[in-house]
Design a protein around this ligand. Structure first.
Ligand SMILES: Nc1ncnc2c1ncn2[C@@H]1O[C@H](COP(=O)(O)OP(=O)(O)OP(=O)(O)O)[C@@H](O)[C@H]1O
Length: 669
């Protein structure tokens, strides 16, 4: 019964399989045409998979068979054991007669069951096996249809395998590359950007760590300091110099005793011997050689050539001789430049005439020249050299020069030249019209000094000067002015007073001098000066055009009549903006003459700079104070500082007085 049921079951399974195979076949057949193309592509891989699957199946059936074999052997064992048991029980029943022998019903039943199972698990017949094999082969040969899900799963599996393989390879590469010191070019190419960056970062970190370690070691363990290698002369392999006295040997060989002087042809020189001496030697050698080779004609030609060269040199030397060796017409532009440099004269503003080389070349009247000679003024001073020719052209001048440089003569000489050119009768008849010139000075002392200097020139020429300054009675001055004068020298305050009281008129004044203009403005005379200038007639003002710069036109105007253009001359030691402003408003196209340079300290003052610490200053000052003769002026930069210094000097017995101004403090001893 059991055998039948087993067979029935097997039949049913086979039937089911056949049916499912035929169904699959049909389905496969239907979809074959549709997916043939895609299958073709993956055909080889799938057939490979199929083959591997069949291989697996075969191995599984092999396993199954071996297991059934085992089972059979085990059942055989069991049967033999049950037989043994039965034998032993029969032996027991025969020996024990009291107990009735009971057949082992249970064991028998088991045996029959096992036999049925063995019968049931009998191997397939050869025909069946062949049929199964052919069915399997035919199934394998046909393309297998895979659903979309299956294909996706397969693709995913393949991708996962690929990724895993690549990761494994990268891991291997990473292990190798950090161990190798240098990477090959190929490796670099293979590494992607990220990896390379990571690698560099790690390498840098490694370097930093090494550096840090070195620093720590040197800090705490006293690392080795790299010493600069000094090159000592003693280290040299060969030292060539020795004392000649040390050499006691005698050269018997005449070759060494009378040594031959090596002579190199071309540019070769012997090291260690003065190159100039060598060159001299060489040129001598060559010239001798050439001289020996030259013919008589060549020698004559060479002589002529030498002579012409020497002549040229003589001519250039003559042309370039110093200006003092030249006459006026021989003076070239270059000479005038050198001349101005020699006297530290700088000029600005239009066509400025050449400076005076001597009084004789000044072009002034013989009367004035006589006066100059009588005063023993041998040479003009730099400001006179440049300002007099400009003044003689009737041009306005700004002169920047230090005190005591002879400014008075610089503006008086052109003025006297013009006044003396006017007829004496005219001068006397028009005396009530006022002076021809006014000279303004900031202080009474200065005005008197100028008067003194002017009188030196004016008195011999029969010209009258009057000083209008404070400290003298106004009436006396008025009386003198009424008598008539050509030149008035005044301080601004008193001149305004005299003008306002009608003691003086400026109807024919055409020459204005502002001496020490910077000081005048410093002392607050700017409004007074402007007021005085407003008293001057406007009719004789120069045009503010190019004409005022034109020397020819200005000179012609000066020589034409007594109603010449007004000429304004301003002298100053410095050129602050206030002076510039004044000059702009009252001067027309002035010629500017700098003697030295504006703002530069006077050459008669010696300046010394001593750099000291704050605490050493006082000690040094006391040392300095001992040297020069009093009075001494000490400038400090703060009022408070002046008081402190005054007290400390008083303590050590230095008599002093303190003068304080708004800006600076002055100590006078
Ligand atoms: N060419 C000269 N040769 C020799 N001495 C001269 C010459 N010119 C001027 N002096 C003399 O130099 C002195 C100073 O001259 P002057 O008073 O003209 O200078 P200054 O520049 O006007 O000085 P300050 O600014 O103090 O008025 C005078 O005694 C004068 O006689």
């Amino acid at each position: 019964m059991a055998t039948r049921s087993v067979r029935g079951e097997r039949e049913r399974r086979r039937e089911r399989k056949r049916r499912s195979t035929s169904r699959d076949g049909k389905r496969r057949h239907r979809s074959l045409s549709k997916e043939r193309r895609s299958w073709n592509k993956s055909y080889i891989s799938r057939s490979r998979e199929r083959r591997s699957r069949s291989r697996e199946r075969r191995s599984r059936s092999r396993d199954r068979r071996s297991r059934s074999r085992d089972r059979r052997s085990r059942s055989r064992d069991r049967r033999s054991r049950s037989r043994d048991r039965r034998k032993r029980s029969s032996e027991d029943s025969s020996s024990d007669k009291e107990g009735s022998p009971k057949p082992p019903v249970q064991s028998l039943q088991d045996e029959t069951k096992e036999e049925a199972a063995v019968e049931k698990r009998q191997p397939l017949s050869l025909d069946e096996l062949i049929a199964k094999r052919t069915a399997e082969q035919s199934a394998e040969s046909k393309p297998v249809f895979l659903s979309r899900e299956e294909r996706a799963a397969l693709a995913l599996k393949r991708r996962a395998e690929q990724v895993e393989a690549r990761a494994k390879a990268r891991l291997e590469l990473g292990k190798n590359k950090f161990s190798s010191a240098a990477l090959s070019e190929q490796d670099h190419q293979r590494m992607n950007e990220e990896e390379r960056e990571k690698w560099y970062r790690q390498r840098e970190m490694g370097k930093d760590r090494d550096r840090e370690m070195d620093a720590i070691k040197s800090r705490y363990l006293g690392g080795e300091k790299k010493r600069r290698k000094l090159r000592r002369l003693a280290d040299r392999k060969f030292v060539f110099d020795w004392d000649a006295g040390d050499d006691t040997s005698v050269d018997f060989n005449p070759l060494y005793r009378s040594k031959h002087q090596a002579l190199f042809f071309g540019r070769g020189h012997i090291a260690g011997i003065d190159i100039k001496a060598q060159k001299k030697e060489q040129s001598k050698f060559y010239s001798n050689l050439m001289g020996e080779r030259m013919t008589d004609d060549q020698k004559k030609q060479a002589l002529v050539r030498d002579e012409s060269v020497k002549e040229k040199e003589r001519k250039t030397k003559f042309d370039e001789r110093h200006w003092s060796e030249k006459s006026l017409p021989q003076m070239a532009y270059r000479d005038w430049r050198i001349f101005r440099e020699d006297y530290n004269i700088a000029t600005k503003g239009g066509r400025i005439p050449y400076p005076l080389r001597s009084w004789a070349e000044a072009g002034i009247s013989s009367d004035i020249l006589e006066v100059i000679h009588s005063l023993h003024y041998k040479e003009p001073t730099p400001i006179q050299r440049q300002a007099i020719p400009i003044g003689l052209q009737n041009r306005d001048i700004i002169g920047i020069a230090e005190t005591g440089s002879g400014k008075t003569a610089a503006f008086v000489i052109p003025l006297l030249t013009w006044i003396t050119s006017l007829p004496k009768i005219v001068r006397e008849s028009e005396a009530d019209q006022g002076p021809y010139a006014i000279i303004l000075a900031p202080t009474r002392e200065l005005a008197q000094q100028i008067e003194e200097e002017t009188l030196k020139f004016a008195a011999p020429l029969g010209l009258r000067t009057v000083a209008v300054v404070g400290g003298i009675s106004r009436e006396d001055q008025g009386f003198q002015l009424r008598l008539g004068c050509e030149i008035v020298i005044a301080t601004p305050g008193r001149l305004i007073d005299v003008l306002e009281n009608r003691y003086l008129v400026l109807a024919q004044c055409t020459y204005v001098v502002l001496d020490e203009a910077d000081r005048m403005i410093d002392m607050g005379f700017e409004p007074d000066v402007q007021k005085i200038l407003d008293y001057l007639p406007v009719t004789n003002q120069k045009p503010d055009t190019e004409e005022a710069e034109d020397p020819e036109k200005m000179k012609a105007n000066m020589e034409s009549s007594k109603h010449k253009y007004r000429q304004t001359v301003m002298f100053t030691a410095t050129m602050p903006p206030s002076v510039e402003r004044l000059a702009r408003s009252y001067l027309r196209r002035p010629a500017i003459v700098y003697i030295g340079s504006a703002g530069k300290p006077t050459e008669r003052v010696e300046q010394r700079v001593i750099l000291l610490a704050e605490g050493e200053k006082r000690k040094k000052l006391l040392e300095i104070l001992e040297e020069p003769e009093p009075p001494i002026i000490v400038f400090v930069n703060q009022k408070k500082g002046a008081d402190v210094l005054a007290k400390s000097l008083e303590k050590i017995g230095v008599s002093q007085s303190v003068l304080r101004q708004q800006v600076r403090e002055i100590y006078v001893w």
